[in-house]
Design a binder for this molecule. Structure first.
Ligand SMILES: [Zn+2]
Length: 274
């Protein structure tokens, strides 16, 4: 077991490491003998299998692409899923071959967006059983975000404006549809709505809050130990309840607002894209 007073690993001194100041390594928990099942091991309980096409930005006969339910710090974060309830190592040759094609196509589509330098492609698979690949766009010029910690920076950077995010979703969907399938995401419509009439509707998300992660950070948190997860969910539920009680006119919480980084947070998404 590592000594948590030992010197920190080199990566904590990399320019891309998002944190500074006093830190120490967490004590390592003992390994469990039997790992708990992931979310949706059984297709009947699988969020991906039970989510309708209109929650996705693009669909085809065997593949679907979805976004987070709100903009985050990176210009684009998308998830590629197969329709079949399979994990990576279970894909038959047809889907395995198509996964390669889809990966290249989606990388190209996201890289074609203004201000995107690189697209990171990740598959963790510790949280949910149904195959899902993450595509994370690194903003152009942000050399500090290169490499390993891009997914952490997604929760740190100021949230990108929602109209720009929606426009980018529509562009990616349209790009993919050029090769087949159907674009679901549409460009944002201008809504001449006074800020005082914009309401936070908890019902838009509470059906999926405990089933589908809202952001990449939430997903990674799900892979943590169950007691920690239960505590977090209890806290979230409590916070949501308090938010409902305190005010009904606040915009939906975003990563930035939760971090207190921005006062003028974007308004709540009008259509859930989870
Ligand atoms: Zn599934």
């Amino acid at each position: 077991m590592p000594d948590n007073t030992a010197p920190l690993p080199d990566f904590t001194r990399w320019p891309s490491f998002p944190f500074e100041g006093e830190m120490r390594v967490k004590p390592l928990a003992a390994p469990v003998e039997l790992e708990p099942p992931r979310n949706g091991e059984d297709a009947a309980d699988c969020v991906a299998c039970n989510t309708p096409d209109d929650a996705y930005i693009w669909i085809s006969e065997r593949w679907r692409v979805r976004a987070m339910d709100r903009p985050t710090g990176l210009p684009m974060v998308l998830i590629l899923e197969c329709r079949s309830h399979l994990d990576l190592g279970d894909l038959p040759n047809l889907l395995a071959a198509e996964l390669g094609v889809m990966t290249v196509r989606l990388e190209r589509a996201i890289r074609s967006l203004d201000g995107v330098a690189r697209v990171h492609v990740n598959r963790w698979g510790d949280g949910s059983a149904h195959l899902h690949l993450w595509f994370l766009a690194r903003p152009y010029g942000r050399l500090q975000l290169r490499g390993t910690f891009l997914s952490l920076w997604d929760d740190i950077l100021p949230v990108i404006p929602e109209p720009q995010w929606r426009e980018n979703l529509a562009l990616v969907a349209a790009w993919l549809a050029e090769f087949g399938g159907e674009a679901i995401a549409e460009p944002p419509h201008i809504q001449w709505e006074a800020p005082s009439t914009i309401t936070y509707s908890p019902s838009a998300t509470n059906d999926t809050d405990d089933r589908r992660p809202a952001t990449l950070g939430d997903v990674q948190a799900q892979a943590e130990a169950k007691d920690v997860q239960a505590q977090t969910e209890a806290k979230d539920a409590q916070a949501q309840t308090e938010a409902k009680i305190e005010t009904k006119t606040e915009p939906a919480p975003t990563v930035a607002s939760e971090n207190g980084m921005l006062d003028d947070v974007p308004t709540a998404p009008t259509r859930a894209t989870t």
